[in-house]
Design a protein around this ligand. Structure first.
Ligand code: SF4
Ligand code: SF4
Length: 370
């Protein structure tokens, strides 16, 4: 059911090189968020609840390309917000790969389910149909298109299975992940806990046998979702650069920012994050934390990975042991401080710009007079 994450030889070669170099921590996918502004306001979103002054910020083309060079990950994902709102998105993409059909570029369109479910999920009527016609248009032009679906509590497994049939018929691969319980998401009631996630995915996968669904995940990540692996996350596997800087520790949690990738890797207290270590991580099974773990496990246990790929995730029998939560440290709430700091930085920069402009204007007549 899953396509092997290591299918791309470049990724496999990269992983092998890191292993041979004895590197303990290395990035797999750079999550480049050039802006937080979005054209939607989904109920489970943890990215758009910022004041306008922050939503209006954009990473420049240079900042984006510098981040790609600094990080050195073999893949770059450009989430957001809505990256297509960024006026220079064409230049950013061209600077990384090419903005034309290519095996190295794919669009990942947000689709959480079939029409009724998706429109409810993004809190707007008609979005599903617009997204599907955009997918068809991009495919007709020769682009590779996938969809990414976030799964919340209350989404019936038979509906998710029908959605996966639909994606298969549309000819798109699916990236699927349980929603992370963002502390700022407007709806806090529909996030899945770990037990429910595993049961739900077992139910979904059992319905998929013989159906040739295509997931854009490693077989071991799917096996993890079905409760057959006890994995710890790899928060540095998908490092995030956004308008605040490099985000500590991962794409989902913003617990501090540093100006360079090197500082992110060297100064983050990695051992204080993850399920069993930190309260905010208790229910996380999101792909950005665990797909890198599964990729690593694929290298470590290739036979197990091959078995999971050939047979699909096991959907019955005992589950792998769960990580105990009794020693986790309590959640810290740092959002407001971070926002205040950023706002005062923005105000200072704007005041300096105004002062520079005023100084430049006051010089013009004197120069003209000379
Ligand atoms: S979840 Fe994604 S699409 Fe929805 S509002 Fe947030 S950034 Fe936009
Ligand atoms: S469990 Fe890992 S990936 Fe998930 S929020 Fe915590 S640090 Fe991030």
């Amino acid at each position: 059911m899953g396509i092997p994450f290591l299918k791309e030889m470049r990724i496999g070669a990269y992983l092998l090189k890191q292993k041979l170099l004895g590197r303990e921590r290395y990035p797999l996918v750079l999550m480049l968020e050039p802006l937080f502004r979005c054209n939607l306001a989904c109920f489970g979103c943890g990215k758009i609840d910022y004041p306008d002054a922050i939503l209006n910020r954009r990473l420049s083309v240079k900042e984006c390309l510098d981040a790609v060079d600094e990080c050195g990950a073999p893949m770059v994902a450009i989430p957001g917000g809505e990256p297509l709102i960024h006026k220079e998105i064409g230049e950013i993409v061209k600077g990384i790969v090419v903005f034309e059909p290519s095996p190295y570029l794919f669009f990942s369109v947000h689709l959480d389910g079939l029409k009724d479910h998706h429109d409810k999920s993004v809190c707007q009527e008609g979005v599903f149909e617009r997204a599907v016609s955009a997918i068809k248009a991009a495919k007709a032009k020769g682009f590779i298109v996938n969809v990414n679906a976030t799964i919340y509590d209350g989404h019936p497994p038979q509906d998710i299975a029908a959605f996966l049939d639909f994606a298969r018929d549309l000819g798109v691969g699916v990236s699927i992940s349980p929603g992370y319980a963002y502390e700022r998401a407007p709806d806090q009631e529909h996030f899945l806990n770990r037990r429910k996630t595993k049961e739900l995915f077992r139910d979904i996968f059992a319905r998929g046998q013989g159906k040739q669904w295509t997931f854009v995940h490693s077989a071991l990540f799917l096996d993890f979702l079905a409760g057959n692996q006890t994995y710890h996350c790899t928060p540095w596997g998908m490092p995030t650069r956004n308008v605040f800087g490099w985000q500590k520790p991962c794409y989902l949690l913003g617990e501090g920012y540093v100006p360079t990738f090197k500082e992110l890797m060297e100064t983050t207290d990695w051992d204080s994050y993850g399920t069993g270590r930190y309260e905010k991580c208790a229910n996380c099974m999101a792909h950005c934390g665990y797909e890198p773990t599964a990729a690593h496990a694929t290298l470590q246990q290739p036979l197990q990975a091959l078995r999971a790929w050939l047979r699909g995730p096991r959907t019955d029998g005992e589950m792998a042991p769960e990580i105990a939560l009794d020693a986790q440290r309590p959640a810290q709430y740092v959002y407001s401080d971070q926002v205040q700091r950023k706002l005062s930085e923005i105000r200072t920069a704007e005041a300096a710009e105004r002062a520079n402009k005023a100084a430049a204007n006051s010089r013009v007549p004197m120069e003209a007079a000379e």
